[in-house]
Design a protein around this ligand. Structure first.
Ligand SMILES: [Zn+2]
Length: 321
């Protein structure tokens, strides 16, 4: 069990998750090998994005200058994702591969590294998030917590990454990318303010977020929640019975009203804890994957980043208010 406030607890994440990644992949790289004098590329930029949150930014900023495919759809856990043969073809064909980075896509980053020169360009969009904005949980082998999208303000730095990457690929479209990037950043600032206003509806003592895995530490830091998760930063290691018993005790001690399942993690363990602790499951949160594109709730689309954040906030408020 991990608690962000105390900043302690052993976050379990296998060392091998880090070993296979090359510096080139982590830093983002351009493997086109094209000489500087080569004619500028034209046409729609084919983009493969690993997760929906990255694809959402690329679509909004790229507009009709990009065609974006997402590898990991609704309900898919990026920590555990294994690439298929089809994915390998997509990754190699795309003009640009965008991933979130900071080891979110554990196995995926291994694959990008192993593909070497056959992937044209691969960039981690979180490269431009200032390091002082990132959480470095104790016990996580000195690595940063990858779930940055839950601090909406910090996530907006990734929009700048994408504007730069796309502008380098299609300099003739730079003004349009800049304009859409600025609009996205403005809308993210508004979303950030909206979240702050909404969570104020929950009394401070009730702002405890109990979930399956430790995806919400940025959310907790930015919007004032204590965040407790059964599994660590990654879902690679499953929780044991002792972890479950500790979490049940915590829920009882703190008089937590509701706990939450996640859309990309099996529900069974949290459901069992809710029974053992005698609390309700307050709903399903989107943690590492967005919802189905086109499925609407209130006035937003669950398959968008905006919809992901708004759904989570409404769900949390209804359960804890
Ligand atoms: Zn995660």
């Amino acid at each position: 069990m991990m608690e962000n406030e105390a900043g302690q607890g052993a976050v379990r994440f296998g060392r091998r998750e880090f070993l296979l990644m090359t510096a080139a992949v982590l830093a983002g790289c351009d493997r086109s090998g094209a000489p500087a004098s080569a004619p500028a590329a034209t046409g729609v930029i084919t983009v493969v994005a690993t997760v929906g949150m990255v694809a959402d930014l690329a679509k909004r900023i790229g507009g009709d200058a990009v065609a974006v495919e997402t590898l990991m759809g609704p309900g898919v856990d990026p920590h555990l994702y294994k690439v298929t043969a089809d994915d390998l073809v997509r990754l190699q064909r795309a003009e640009l591969v965008l991933y979130s980075g900071l080891h979110l896509e554990g196995k995926m980053q291994d694959v990008l590294a192993s593909l070497g020169g056959t992937v044209k360009r691969a960039h981690a969009v979180t490269d431009t998030v200032p390091r002082e904005k990132l959480l470095r949980p104790e016990g996580f082998e000195g690595q940063f917590d990858p779930h940055v999208w839950f601090d909406v303000e910090s996530w907006s730095f990734c929009a700048r990454s994408i504007v730069t990457i796309l502008s380098n690929l299609r300099p003739s479209e730079k003004a349009a990318f800049e304009q859409r990037g600025a609009a996205v950043q403005k809308s993210l600032r508004e979303l950030h303010e909206w979240v702050k206003t909404k969570v104020a509806e929950i009394p401070e003592a009730r702002r405890i977020l109990v979930t399956s895995h430790d995806a919400f530490n940025y959310f907790g830091r930015t919007y004032g929640f204590r965040v407790i998760a059964l599994q660590g930063i990654s879902t690679v290691t499953e929780a044991g019975l002792a972890d479950m018993a500790k979490l049940v005790d915590y829920i009882r001690d703190q008089h937590v009203r509701s706990i939450f399942v996640e859309s990309s993690v099996p529900h069974t363990t949290i459901e069992r804890i809710s029974r053992d602790a005698g609390v309700t499951v307050g709903g399903e949160l989107f943690s590492d994957a967005m919802g189905v594109l086109g499925r609407r709730e209130r006035d937003y689309d669950l398959g968008t980043y905006d919809g992901m954040i708004r759904h989570n906030v409404h769900t949390i408020i209804e359960a804890l208010r």
